[in-house]
Design a protein around this ligand. Structure first.
Ligand SMILES: Cc1cc2nc3c(=O)[nH]c(=O)nc-3n(C[C@H](O)[C@H](O)[C@H](O)COP(=O)(O)O)c2cc1C
Length: 456
């Protein structure tokens, strides 16, 4: 995280805002990000004085596409492709003996999570929430570890509520531990680089691969980690604060509500409990928080990772798929737009099914032709309005697994009906001719406007 902050400070100084005015943990931190977004800005925000705490808080580290692109050393428009291409060149980790987060160790009676500047993000939140906690644990059966974000509700000095609702590896590892009558040893890492954030969102890869190897692939160098605690889990060298502990077996407690990426208060949770046993931190640790709800900080990287994963999956079978767009405004998960150069009827339907098979959260897929600008949702809706015939071009998948947090998914089994929309022109027949204006003609009228003193 510090490397990323230094890069932004050096190359994009206007994209870091320092707030020296004292702020409260309740609401001030995340609502500042929303206020900046309303004004069309998405800088990193560092709060230097958080009431009742010595530690500064940094937020909105990952809310800005330009900064993420700079970290990946590509243009913003090439982010999904860069993720797609790099994420499969797995790099083994480099294990080091000493890391800065080992400077301070807090345990026993001194351990008190309530002393950390954990924000309350929205008025609906049941308690302060750690939103940037990367939880790392090992598969009890194979020993392969994973790392990912899971919201953590502050419940007491050493107690956090946790929801594993994405039901990917961490959920499965905990289920396997519980089946053996064991808790799942885990570490919660705060203060990670946005490329780690991005790599942790990968989900379509073989079970013997470690997420840290994917993160190394995205950095294009081995990820440096150090061993932590009795379970000897790997933690990134650059971490700020590391909490060692376990997710209990056979214990469920109310967790939530929490302000989720859907834009709603979420009352749904797997209701797990994490017990903290030891805290490690840098002497001058910075507390990282992700702005919750529909903030870009919460959604943007998920969009990029999903675009890359869907593209990877589709291209294996449909080389004529050109691009994928997972819009932020549809919660970064629920909708995907596929652009393809259709060469046979039925291909859009195949792309729709493959997308649902790749991305559980996605519940609406729209397939368009190559002349439609998929990053311009107005153009996509024009294609839907003029090229889709409802009796023939809609695909419904009944009772498919959806996101627990989607308010339209079944409250008992979380299934829902997914819809695919084929908005491509019918093949093999003459179809209406799209109106176009040539580049040459556009240049001509721009010139006329310019000499007439009209700026556009
Ligand atoms: C900011 C953020 C917060 C997240 N919070 C949760 C959460 O509370 N619970 C959950 O199960 N998944 C959450 N996710 C999604 C998981 O981190 C994601 O699905 C990850 O790939 C799961 O990794 P795993 O396969 O190791 O379980 C969150 C993602 C982001 C970007």
């Amino acid at each position: 995280m510090r490397g990323f902050l230094a890069m932004v400070e050096r190359n994009f100084p206007d994209e870091i805002v320092r707030v020296r005015e004292p702020v409260r943990r309740e609401l001030d931190i995340t609502s500042t990000v929303f206020e900046l977004e309303r004004a069309g800005r998405s800088p990193i925000v560092i709060f230097e004085r958080v009431e009742g705490c010595e530690m500064p808080v940094v937020t909105n580290l990952a809310g800005n596409r330009r900064l993420i692109a700079a970290a990946m050393e590509v243009e913003p428009s090439a982010l999904a492709t860069a993720f797609r291409e790099r994420c499969q060149n797995y790099h083994p980790v480099e294990r080091i003996d000493h890391a800065p987060w080992q400077e301070v160790i807090i345990e026993g009676d001194a351990l008190d999570l309530t002393k950390l500047p954990i924000p309350v993000h929205f008025a609906v939140d049941a308690a302060p929430y750690i939103t940037a906690g990367q939880i790392c644990a090992r598969d009890p059966e194979t020993g392969v570890d994973t790392t990912g974000f899971h919201r953590l509700m502050l419940k007491g000095r050493n107690r956090l509520g946790v929801s594993l609702h994405s039901r990917r590896r961490m959920y499965e590892f905990h289920r396997r531990a519980e089946a053996r009558g064991e808790s799942l040893s885990a570490v919660v890492t705060l203060g990670i680089h946005p490329i780690h954030y991005m790599g942790s969102m990968a989900y379509h890869y073989p079970p013997n691969v470690r997420k840290y190897e994917i993160i190394g692939a995205l950095f294009n160098e081995p990820y440096r980690v150090a061993r932590c605690g009795t379970a000897e889990l790997d933690v990134p060298e650059g971490a700020e604060i590391v909490t060692e502990g376990k997710i209990l077996n056979d214990v469920r407690e109310p967790e939530g509500p929490f302000s989720e990426f859907t834009g709603y208060a979420s009352y749904r949770s797997t209701e797990n409990v994490f017990i903290a046993e030891r805290i490690y931190m840098r002497r001058d640790a910075i507390f990282h928080s992700i702005a919750s709800g529909t903030a870009s900080d919460h959604i943007l990287i998920s969009c990029i990772a999903r675009e890359g994963e869907i593209l990877n999956s589709l291209r294996r079978n449909l080389p004529n798929v050109i691009a994928v767009h997972v819009p932020t405004i549809t919660c970064g998960a629920f909708m995907a737009v596929i652009q393809m150069r259709k060469t046979a009827e039925g291909q859009p339907q195949q792309a729709i099914m493959a997308t649902f098979g790749t991305e559980t959260y996605c519940k609406c897929v729209v397939v368009v032709d190559e002349d439609v600008e998929i990053f311009n949702l107005a153009d996509v809706m024009w294609a839907v309005a003029t090229r889709t015939r409802a009796d023939r071009d809609l695909v419904f998948v009944q009772r498919a697994m959806g996101a627990i947090l989607d308010p339209t998914s079944d409250p008992v089994d979380n299934t829902l009906t997914k819809v695919g929309v084929d908005a491509t022109k019918p093949g093999g027949v003459d179809f209406a001719e799209r109106l176009t204006i040539t580049e040459e003609q556009r240049a001509r009228v721009r010139h006329i406007l310019s000499v007439s003193g009209v700026s556009i």
